[in-house]
Design a protein. Structure first.
Length: 181
């Protein structure tokens, strides 16, 4: 092969390897969470809308994720919107729990374009190893909105093929003997 062909192939391979990071602008840092345990989910927003600052983040909590609390962030207000559970459960104190957090909204702050911000929640993950949880997120800016809500629609499709992929986490099995509840 000529040096030109080798250089072209090398550049194409580098592009394929770098593609997921280049396209994912709202991601969950951890990537995985242990099924059936409390986990920290850190949403990372890596840019604004064009050159406009981010002013609000709305994260939809997937079905099956319960006991959700958001980390306090100075200069931001946190609002939790609730939904009724299809199947209520009893907590450790024996109280019947009939609702859970449906959406968390961070607002009132400003995340300038060119900087990244991290928005964190702690929640009890469903005990379903292998399941992918999609934390659909809407990023509102001073001018514009980005809807990080796309999920793969066909078998084998990578979320990184999508224009505005939803942040996600894959549930993995707990190591034997661990119980983080």
């Amino acid at each position: 092969m000529t040096q030109l062909k080798l250089a072209s192939i090398a550049l194409a391979l580098i592009g394929l390897v770098a593609m997921p990071q280049a396209q994912a602008h709202a991601v969950i840092n951890e990537g995985t969470a242990e099924a059936g345990t409390f986990s920290f989910i850190t949403l990372r927003i890596t840019h604004g809308c064009g050159s406009s600052s981010t002013t609000q983040i709305r994260m939809k909590i997937p079905d099956g994720v319960i006991r959700v609390s958001a980390k306090f962030m100075e200069s931001w207000t946190v609002e939790k919107r609730m939904r009724t559970l299809e199947e209520p459960y009893k907590d450790e104190a024996g109280n019947l729990v009939t609702e859970t957090v449906d959406e968390i909204i961070w607002s009132g702050g400003s995340l300038p374009d060119g900087y990244y911000g991290e928005f964190q929640v702690r929640a009890l993950m469903p005990d379903e190893p292998g399941r992918v949880l999609w934390f659909k997120t809407i990023q509102d800016c001073e001018q514009g909105t980005i809807r990080w809500i796309e999920v793969p629609t066909r078998d084998g499709q990578s979320p990184y093929e999508l224009k505005e992929p939803s942040p996600f986490v894959r549930l993995v099995e707990q190591p034997h003997g661990d119980d983080h509840r």
